[in-house]
Design a protein around this ligand. Structure first.
Ligand code: ADP
Ligand code: MG
Length: 215
């Protein structure tokens, strides 16, 4: 199964399915994300992502770009312009930079996506000035991208493990860092949402495209 997947061609329709599924996953998990942010932030992570991903799903339903790169770039722009919190520019940069790295290819494979996402994650680290271990979304994203070189399932597992592993950490970036030691013993909301997005990617990659959905 993993071998079959690695050769799967990912087209614009695949990325639209992924981001639309992300919007549904965010709706489902919004209150959990907000509860996590209530503990070490300002209780808006769920609503921030809801606003952003609703806008992403809407724009992609109206205007379906023809290439994976254009889908991700449009979605990233949408997140940046609709989300006020830190997560909007950070996730927006992730998608925009990943889209830019994919260029104008009509189809990409898992290896190309892993490479492009690596560039997207590096851009997030640069924008936020954070590194792995600072208790941010990077704690889920970095291991996920490394594991994506091998499989989608591995990437999902690595992201979830990375999110859980933020619990004992002291936050060094973002609002949670204002709490100092009191940020310890709470799972980071952004690492949790990052794991949700990567898990959704693995789910969509594991599904056969709906008949007639290809472009
Ligand atoms: P805000 O902190 O502005 O309220 P959100 O609540 O939407 O924004 O997002 C908070 C999440 O953003 C954090 O849990 C963390 O994972 C991530 N984050 C915050 N600052 C940074 C940063 N400098 N680098 C990377 N991720 C960050
Ligand atoms: Mg917040």
């Amino acid at each position: 199964m993993a071998e079959q997947e690695s050769g799967q061609a990912l087209d614009a329709a695949f990325f639209i399915r992924w981001l639309t599924a992300c919007a549904a996953a965010v709706e489902r998990e919004a209150s959990r994300l907000t509860d996590l942010d209530a503990a070490i932030g300002d209780a808006d992570h769920g609503s921030n992502l809801q606003r952003g991903f609703r806008a992403v799903a809407e724009v992609l339903a109206k205007d379906a770009p023809a290439t994976p790169g254009a889908v991700l770039t449009l979605a990233g722009r949408q997140l940046i312009s609709t989300v006020g919190g830190a997560s909007g520019p950070l996730y927006g940069t992730l998608l925009r930079r990943t889209g830019k790295a994919l260029g104008d290819a009509a189809e990409v494979d898992r290896a190309a996506l892993a490479d492009a996402l690596g560039q997207g994650v590096a851009a997030v680290a640069q924008l936020g000035g954070a590194a792995k271990g600072d208790k941010t979304m990077l704690d889920a994203l970095e291991p996920a991208v490394d594991a994506l070189a091998t499989s989608y399932e591995g990437a999902a597992r690595a992201a979830e493990e990375g999110a859980v592993a933020t619990t004992p950490l002291l936050a060094r970036k973002g609002r949670a860092s204002y709490l100092g030691e009191r940020s310890i013993d709470h799972q980071d909301p952004g690492a949790t949402s990052a794991a949700l997005l990567v898990t959704t990617l693995a789910e969509i990659a594991g599904q056969a495209p709906a008949a007639g959905s290809g472009q």
